[in-house]
Design a protein around this ligand. Sequence first.
Ligand code: ADP
Length: 478
Amino acid sequence: MKKILFVTSEVYPLIKTGGLADVSNSLPKSLADTGQDVKIILPNYRALKLTRNVQLRSVFKIGSHSVQLLETQLPDSNVTVWLVDCPEYFGMAGNPYVDSAGHSYANNPERFALFCRAVIEVAMNRADLDWKADVVHCNDWQTGLIPALLSLENELCPKTVFTIHNMAYQGFFNGLTAARLQLPIELLSSDGLEFYGGISFIKGGIAYADKITTVSPTYAHDIQTPELGYGLEGLLIYRNDDLTGIINGIDDDWNPETDMLIPKRFNVNSFQDKSINKTALQTRLNLPIDGNVLVLSLISRLVEQKGIDMLLDCLPDLLSLPVQIVILGSGEKSFEHGLQQLAAVYPDKMALTLGYDEALAHLIEAGADVFLMPSRFEPCGLNQMYSQRYGTLPVVRKTGGLTDTVVDTLPDTLANRTATGFVFSEENAGALLETIKRALLLYGFPEAWKQVQTNAMNCDFSWKRSAAQYLELYENID
Ligand code: ADP
């Protein structure tokens, strides 16, 4: 049994701004299910939604700040959650990272440096908890100083794993900030935290952790290139032997056999029930009810990363084909307007819902035939995995986690029953359109379509599988 301290800046359902919160819920629970002793630690933001009992476990000092360590449990589990309480840093009401105007809090470096220093005290068993970690698993830049600071501790210090969920967020701060944080001088060299005359928190994780992971094998490769390495590709290449990609699992909430948010539950043996959801989707979105038309879908943040511009460019041609398209998302205003204009011109073919709607997302996954994910880059991606579980074949660009989780439909993959979707490489609207046409062609062959749906629905994207890979990694750190 390993004692694992899982360090994160957000955990669902306590607080969530993105996919990190979901991973921070599911992975510790899955590790605990294998018998590991896992504790989650995160800042005690005022905005946390706490539903279980909270106890004070210890009080200690970090510099001039008094820190309280609180203990609670993750809802629906026995996993312990430790909260680093320091009201002057975490007592604001809203989002953990940005103010109501969307600007990063000016004292973010101080906030997360204090969090990291508090985690060191816990990890080293100096916080009066009678618990010493074997492995400290850090996530994203907010935790990047931890491997760096632990490197200055004695030989009894725990092993460290640093996971990159998105290389685009780095925690870079200028030299003046670096001075304010009073970090040990040994850490500030160009082999350490220094980056372009300032400091980079994420670099601390990458330079000092015993093992580095990211959320898919292909993204582990992608971040070693100038396009997606954001200036740290050289260091990542240097650390290549210690860098691996482990695909995220998907949650049990996304299971068509048990999904309470869809009108008709179904599985791989009851495809006809999927068509009931298709009718419900068309009805709900005021599209003509037609069981035979190919229904394309997209649920996404409407931002450039997700290739929304490519979709916009090919939509006029796409809408001349015998298809319907349903889109759910919110994001950049220019994309929202572009989509609104087209939806107004083609009300019989295109249904656009702007906003965030969990229940509609489930209905779309259950009712659509094809899911579009033309991302420019994608560390892991979840929707392409949800789609496969619901027999909704994904059309994806060959990047990051999409490469690792979708098998293109080709003569050989059809024959050996591994095909699960449609994949294209080039980053342009023409390639996306051609690939959708391939899907449309296959849809005309119901037996072949059903076979690919079956292959997709039988894929194992469980957290159990991913957790086993993390455990193997923890066990093999020398
Ligand atoms: P990312 O984390 O980069 O946004 P992912 O595919 O990894 O992309 O995860 C996106 C998650 O957010 C999925 O669960 C998806 O269903 C959900 N989602 C995105 N936009 C919406 C929306 N407008 N309404 C409901 N769910 C959404």
